[in-house]
Design a protein around this ligand. Structure first.
Ligand code: NDP
Length: 517
């Protein structure tokens, strides 16, 4: 299979004529090739998007939404096929791949519903015979840059709200997962989206991603990926006064209190630490446990980890698939060495798995460290692999302080049966997402997704919050008085307010009352 660019409703090779292989991380086999684009390919896509957007913005939003309903039904119809490609392309186990496609389906129907909402506000005017409202208008052409760990879900979180709001999209998928991008573009094509509204340009971040960020006709960038790349994009967008939304991962923790249901906590920790081989931005990489139950929790965790079968994600009995590539495998292993050198105690795992069939892919053993201190690198930096660090706390306050003492702020969780502790945690945990009696993963698409500090820059994916990224607010005033009425100045005297309060102090006059521009 060859992943091509999709520009202006046509499938095309890049101008460079160069390609790169797409590798199945489960067995190292080449499952396709991807065209590697140039800056000129980006310019061509942006031109097409700009032209298409003008027409698309004039289509009534409920009609725009009809395309998303079709996209939702097509995703549903093709769910199993898509899930299998997803597993082969990035390695997550098939059950999770199905869940990821379902996220896209949910997003399609949810955002299609927005076609009949896209609410603005109506509000009273301060003047007689005048009407005031705010409406959302599309920003224009939006650039979307996504990672490989959720190759379809993240693209749907970003492109569906953008499209229903009347924008055109140019999408640069991750180099590792172009096949899923191709599948999503095919679905838009089949659903009848007008040409040019959704475009895909494959290629590397430094070439294609940068060109998209720098292009003057791209009015907003929505990015998910590493903190380092996100910062660079934000700097460029700042210079260009371009809207930019960033989602850049986390160092997420589960807090386990001494009153917790430990069986439930173990299940939640296992799922959120080792699901997707620890490569979710919401993956749990720290457990902060009350000292009274630390030993018991560790014993139970070690027991439960024995049930985690590692292997090819297409095997329904496998719980932990491969990591994305060899570089990731090396990075994870390096962090394990760092952890040992820092004095953390390795309880399980800590090795690259290379026995039998596993030698062909990129597998890391689910790993558990204990006696980890908050200032250790493994407790602070995003490892993005199946490595979990257990830390001790003597109280809820201490646990929350440890949770908050990292540069990221995406997701946190607490297991407790005490409603007072639960509510204190909801208030004091400094993350965009908080779970009570569940692990750190499991976001639902109709709530805002994103976080504080190094995780983001104040914007959110998903939910109606995502519409704020892809729309501008326009305030509209309709004066039906037939005369010039000046806001803040021509106030009706019968309203009881002084017509010109400044004059009482003898300082009336043009420029004194001013009023807003
Ligand atoms: P990156 O941030 O490098 O990649 C994310 C996306 O940005 C990819 O499409 C990438 O393109 C693109 N990109 C890279 N450089 C630029 C650039 N200069 N300008 C514009 N776009 C660019 O993440 P990686 O996939 O390399 O993963 C590295 C680490 O990032 C992980 O180990 C993890 O810590 C973190 N991460 C966090 C994620 C999250 O969900 N928040 C998701 C993925 C990674 P391409 O890769 O094709 O060159």
């Amino acid at each position: 299979m060859k992943a091509l660019n999709y520009i202006n409703g046509a499938w095309c090779e890049s101008k460079s004529g160069m390609t790169a292989p797409v590798i199945n991380p489960a067995d190292g086999k080449t499952i396709g090739h991807v065209t590697l684009s140039t800056e000129e390919d980006v310019r061509q896509a942006v031109r097409a998007a700009k032209a298409a957007q003008k027409e698309w913005a004039l289509v009534p939003a409920p009609q725009r939404a009809e395309v998303l309903y079709k996209v939702g039904f097509l995703l549903k119809e093709k769910k199993e096929r898509l899930a299998r490609i997803l597993t082969m392309e990035m390695g997550k186990v098939i059950e999770e791949a199905r869940g990821e496609v379902q996220e896209g389906i949910d997003m399609a129907f949810y955002m299609a519903g927005e076609g009949r909402r896209l609410f603005g506000e109506t509000t009273p005017s301060e003047l007689k015979d005048k009407f005031a409202m705010s409406v959302r208008v599309p920003v224009g052409v939006v650039g979307i840059i996504t990672p490989w760990n959720f190759p379809i879900a993240i693209a749907t979180w970003k492109s569906f709200p953008a499209i229903v709001a009347g924008n055109a999209v140019v999408w640069k998928p991750a180099s590792e997962t172009p096949l899923m991008a191709q599948e999503l573009a095919k679905i838009f094509e089949e659903a009848g989206l007008p040409k040019g509204v959704f475009n895909v340009v494959n290629g590397t971040g430094p070439t294609v991603g940068s060109a998209l960020v720098e292009h003057p006709d791209v009015r907003a960038i929505s990015f998910t990926g590493s903190n380092e790349v996100g910062r660079g994009i934000a700097e460029k967008c700042g210079r260009l006064l371009k809207k930019v939304s960033l989602e850049m991962g986390g160092k997420n923790a589960v807090i386990v209190m001494d009153d917790a249901d430990l069986s439930l906590a173990v299940e939640g920790i296992l799922w959120s630490a080792f699901g997707t081989s620890g490569q979710r931005c919401t993956s749990c990489s720290r457990v902060i446990v009350h000292e009274k139950v630390k030993e018991e929790l560790e014993e139970r965790l070690l027991e439960a980890m024995k049930t985690l079968k590692v292997g090819n994600g297409l095997d329904e009995t496998v719980k932990v698939g491969p990591v994305i590539n060899e570089a990731a495998l090396k990075k994870i292993h390096e962090y394990v060495q760092i952890g040992k050198a820092e004095g953390a105690r390795l309880l399980a795992g800590g090795e690259i798995l290379a026995e039998g069939e596993l030698a062909k892919g990129f597998y890391y053993a689910p790993t558990l460290f204990t006696d980890v201190k908050p200032d250790m690198r493994i407790a602070k930096e995003e490892i993005f692999g199946p490595v979990l660090s257990v830390m001790r706390a003597g109280s809820l306050e201490e646990a929350i302080a440890i949770n908050n003492a990292v540069d990221y702020g995406l997701s946190s969780a607490i297991f407790t049966r005490d409603v007072n502790r639960a509510f204190r945690a909801m208030r004091d945990l400094d993350t965009g997402i908080v779970y009570i009696n569940a692990g750190t993963t499991g976001a639902e698409i109709h709530l805002p997704f994103g976080g504080t500090k190094g995780t983001g820059n104040g914007h959110r994916d998903s939910g109606t919050a995502s519409l704020d990224v892809f729309t501008e607010w326009r305030s509209v005033y309709v004066d039906f008085s037939g005369k010039l009425q000046r806001a803040q100045i021509d106030i009706d005297p019968e309203s009881g307010r002084e017509e010109n309060p400044g004059s009482a102090q003898g300082d009336a006059g043009i420029g004194k009352e001013g009023g807003k521009a």
